[in-house]
Design a protein around this ligand. Structure first.
Ligand SMILES: [Fe+2]
Length: 287
């Protein structure tokens, strides 16, 4: 069984054609789709306007158990596996998470077991802006100079979600509750991980939540992260997805990072539904 695909860039990402995520799918077809997704890191599937939230949850759950986001106020009523990302305000309150993630990150990297992958569906979007940009952290590992690569292979990064949230979101989204803080204690992950399915090394560095590398000061950490990200997020390394309603994009959080691009949040509407697949604790790449 094979899935018809075409590349999105010369180094990662594919579009899968002729796929209907609401229709029954055999295990063999799903397995071919899953394999193509893991190999590419990012997979685009267009023309899924007809999907219901339940369809999205059903398809997503074939990859494994799904997360309910720590920000429970932004999940869909009655469908807690759907995390709503939107700038839309109804009855004086935001219906989804908004105004964040404009820096590269891997979803839920701050948890002990970060996400395997995320599935993002566009319901409404502006004609301009609001793209999602992706980079391959496997390609970034390959592109690093040998001395930086060898240094990173020995390091652990210390993640602190509440610290990152307080700096970036507390003003617009309100403070984290004591319960939300309790769910997100600081955690360390290796800076270079082996992909659990392919074995391929990849950088695992979501700098928005990284407070420091073990043994390095915050200033040394920032300098090293800046040097790495200048290579990882170089303009020709990125894939920028310009959304159309009905687009579904799957990304592998173990081998890619992504960020939201700006748009006119005052005069245009963007409404996205995300499902997030649970993953396993990252394992250090040891050559
Ligand atoms: Fe994200």
């Amino acid at each position: 069984m094979s899935i018809e695909t075409r590349p999105l860039t010369d180094h990662f990402g594919v579009e899968a054609m002729g796929v209907d995520l609401a229709a029954p799918m055999t295990d063999a077809t799903f397995e071919a789709l899953r394999r193509a997704f893991v190999d590419a890191g990012v997979m685009l599937i267009r023309n899924q306007d007809h999907l219901t939230p339940a369809d999205q949850v059903r398809f997503s759950a074939r990859f494994g158990p799904l997360e309910s986001h720590v920000l429970g106020q932004f999940t869909l009523p009655g469908q807690p596996e759907i995390f709503v990302v939107s700038n839309i305000v109804e009855d004086g309150r935001h219906i989804g998470a908004h105004g964040g993630s404009k820096q590269y990150h891997s979803d839920l990297a701050y948890l002990a077991a970060p996400s395997l992958g995320s599935i993002f569906r566009c319901l409404e979007c502006p004609k301009e802006g609001g793209e999602t940009a992706f980079i391959s952290m496997a390609a970034a590992y390959d592109a690093l100079p040998g001395n930086i690569r060898m240094r990173l292979e020995t390091l652990n990064a210390e993640y602190d979600y509440a610290w990152g949230y307080d700096q970036r979101h507390a003003k617009t989204r309100g403070p984290l509750s004591a319960e939300q803080r309790a769910k997100t204690p600081p955690i360390a992950h290796p800076a270079v991980i082996a992909h659990p399915e392919t074995g391929r090394p990849a950088l695992f560095l979501s700098d928005i939540w990284i407070r420091r590398f073990g043994g390095l000061s915050e200033a040394e950490t920032e300098a090293l992260l800046d040097a790495v990200m200048a290579i990882a997020a170089a303009p020709d390394a990125e894939y920028r997805h310009q959304w159309q309603p009905g687009d579904v994009v799957l990304w592998d959080n173990r081998s890619t990072m992504h960020k939201a691009c700006p748009f006119d949040e005052t005069n245009t509407r963007r409404l996205m539904h995300r499902t997030t697949i649970q993953g396993t604790p990252p394992v250090r790449f040891d050559g």
